[in-house]
Design a binder for this molecule. Structure first.
Ligand code: PLP
Length: 394
């Protein structure tokens, strides 16, 4: 006989890792409202509103803008499987864990991938990308806008024009940038972008917003082969999200409620105000972390405000410290991925977690834990530095 486990009682957590970040309370309330059928006329209205709000968040007029019913990685696959065919050439700027995955996904599509490589934590110059793209003339250029493994913001300026000049599709991973830093699909000429629900949009994981330009749609419509993934084939999915509203898969109703409310929160605050809030709290966090002797992986000019990748203080072990933070303070931060595993922490201030009280909670707790692990810090140094940064108001 099975012993039925007790009812769920999740511990109280502050999610300051690379995602998921905490869902906004309004999002959680929206998710607890009753279901309706996924072809109910009332639900179709909600779907259309989600699309309209996603266009505003992505700053695009792309008709094909919708959330894929799966997490961010499915967005990456969606962009690639729909745009490339076996034998196509793809160029990927690879300087981190997620760009490495983009290489893998593109190769699995049967493409010939040329990687432009840089050590993790570095930024690509326009010139070096342009040189390779003009030479290789790929079908697609893949770039990670916000590389969550290193905290680097890769500028996309100029790449849209470069891709138009050479006939490539510009594919951008905006999983960690959407809702935290400016994402300008139309102004930058991005042809296919994907994101997620659980980072800057302050929803649970489960949806991956994607957006395709008209150029990208033309490529999709002129394919010689069928998209190899049935579930992610946008020509099928758009029949569900478009005028036809024909059944493709059952829309994840509660997640659509979630992103509907999450996007309402984002747009009520206003994108510019939201970006500025992320920058302000980042500056305070950074001052505090540096007061604790921590160094950033990314160059300051290209640091993401929502994801702080910092080297561990010398001599410390990664896991015991994170365990103590979680057990004693209920705070989750992330460890390093790939080659930075055990060497860095990744501290996220995303969406509704980018707040002064969160900055102070983390710095206070981290300082205390570091002292317990033998790191010498002046008491209150981290929070004092944060306070100064807020006061400077820069
Ligand atoms: C989190 C992340 C992903 C993957 O998203 P999932 O929701 O975990 O599938 C892809 N790219 C980047 C840059 C990310 O940070």
């Amino acid at each position: 006989m099975i012993t039925i486990p007790p009812a769920l009682q999740p511990p109280s957590r502050l999610l300051l890792g690379p995602g998921p970040s905490d869902a906004h309370p309004r999002v959680l309330r929206a998710m607890a409202t009753p279901l309706m059928g996924h072809l109910d006329p009332a639900f179709l209205v909600i779907m259309a509103e989600v699309q309209e709000m996603l266009r505003a968040a992505f700053r695009t007029s792309n008709r094909l803008t919708l959330p894929i019913s799966a997490t961010g990685m499915a967005g990456m696959e969606t962009c690639l499987v729909n745009l490339v065919e076996p034998g196509d050439r793809v160029v990927v700027c690879n300087a981190g864990f997620f760009s490495n995955r983009m290489v893998d996904v593109a190769q699995r599509c049967g493409t010939e991938v040329t990687e432009i490589k840089r050590p993790w934590g570095e930024v690509f110059t326009f010139e070096e990308i342009a040189e390779v793209v003009r030479r290789v003339k790929p079908k697609a250029l893949g770039v990670v806008h916000a590389e969550t493994s290193t905290g680097v913001l890769q500028p996309l300026d100029g790449l849209g024009a470069l891709c138009r000049e050479t006939g490539a599709m510009l594919v951008a991973d905006t999983v960690t940038s959407l809702g935290c830093v400016p994402v300008e699909l139309d102004a930058w000429g991005v042809d296919a972008a994907f994101s997620c629900s659980q980072k800057g949009l302050a929803c649970p994981p489960g949806l991956s917003p994607v957006s395709f330009s008209q150029r990208a749609l033309d490529v999709l419509h002129n394919r010689k082969t069928k998209v190899q993934s049935w579930y992610l084939d946008l020509s099928l999915i758009t029949q569900y999200w478009g005028q036809d509203r024909s059944y493709h898969h059952t829309g994840p109703i509660s997640m659509i409620y979630a992103i509907h409310e999450g996007l309402r929160v984002v747009l009520e605050e206003g994108l510019e105000a939201r970006f500025e809030r992320h920058r302000r709290n980042y500056r305070a966090l950074r001052a505090g972390l540096e007061a604790l002797g921590m160094r950033y992986v990314a160059p300051a000019a290209h640091q993401l405000p929502e994801l702080n990748a910092v080297y561990l203080p010398a001599g410390l072990e990664d896991l015991p410290v994170r365990k103590r933070l979680l057990e004693d303070y209920g705070i989750e931060i992330g460890g390093g991925l790939g080659e930075l595993k055990g060497k860095i922490w990744r501290i996220g201030l995303m969406g509704c977690n980018s707040r002064a009280d969160v900055v102070y909670s983390l710095l206070g707790a981290l300082e205390r834990v570091l002292v317990q692990f033998g790191v010498v810090v002046a008491p209150g140094a981290a929070t004092a530095a944060a306070q100064q940064a807020y006061a400077a108001g820069n």
